[in-house]
Design a protein around this ligand. Sequence first.
Ligand SMILES: [Fe+2]
Ligand SMILES: [Fe+2]
Length: 302
Amino acid sequence: MSPVSLAKDQPLQSLDEVEDFFKERYPDPSAPPPARKPVVGYAPDKQENEFRNYEADARPTVREFYRLNHQFQTRDFVLAKKKEFLGLNRLQMGVWEAAEYLNQLVDDSDPDTDMSQLEHLLQTAEQIRRDGQPRWMILTGFVHDLGKILCLWGEPQWAVVGDTFATGCAYDPRIVFPRFFEANPDFKNPAYQTKLGIYQEGCGLDAVDISWGHDEYIYQVCKNYLPEEGLAMLRYHSFYPWHREGAYDYLCNARDRELLPWVKRFNPYDLYTKSHTKPDVKALKPFYDELIREYFPEKIRW
Ligand SMILES: [Fe+2]
Ligand SMILES: [Fe+2]
């Protein structure tokens, strides 16, 4: 398979730029706190990071990515993309095959130090395995970003990655770069700008049109095959306003609240396991072939 460049007329040179931004914005709570430095002009008992403005510090490419994302992810856009992709009528392929297919996606970062898509999936899954988590969760780690194949089908970056948010109701102020929503047509639709918008209190996240991207797509592809906890990890792993910031509780039902700890359990494996020791793809393949066979048929619909 020939490599497909990510960056044609797109702001990000690498999808990792968004992941790096997540890590800045949502630092590892289990990591030691950064060294204390005196902050000139502020009270000496404040730490530097308390004054950190992640949005001001973000790379221009990341800022531009979010500007496009927040402007164009309207509720109508989300509904149109669901219609376009969720019939799963594009092709049939196996899970390992899909991982190799996704691996065609190359970016302009340094191939010696940065992980390929397949390596990120294996690294996430392998850390889950090392920690003795259930087998279905290892497999969930392996498939979690396969929805990024949307990029290979010409979808713009802002419609594939980035943290997700609810459409059809008011934008939560904890979403990154909230100012950019002012350019979204939904911002001027009063029906979408109340706290509940078009939804009922406690309706459940399944009824909510969350901004479109690789999460919803891979959830739908895997819906018949993985346990509900794994499916929640797939569907909401980029829904940071919910799982990291505590937003949207009023849209959740009791089941969403039961599944939230599983989504939180998954997040560190996705975000903080990146090391520069590359997984040995060839050596790991037999284990994953068997694990995939345990849960999935030979070919599934994409
Ligand atoms: Fe992801
Ligand atoms: Fe990921």
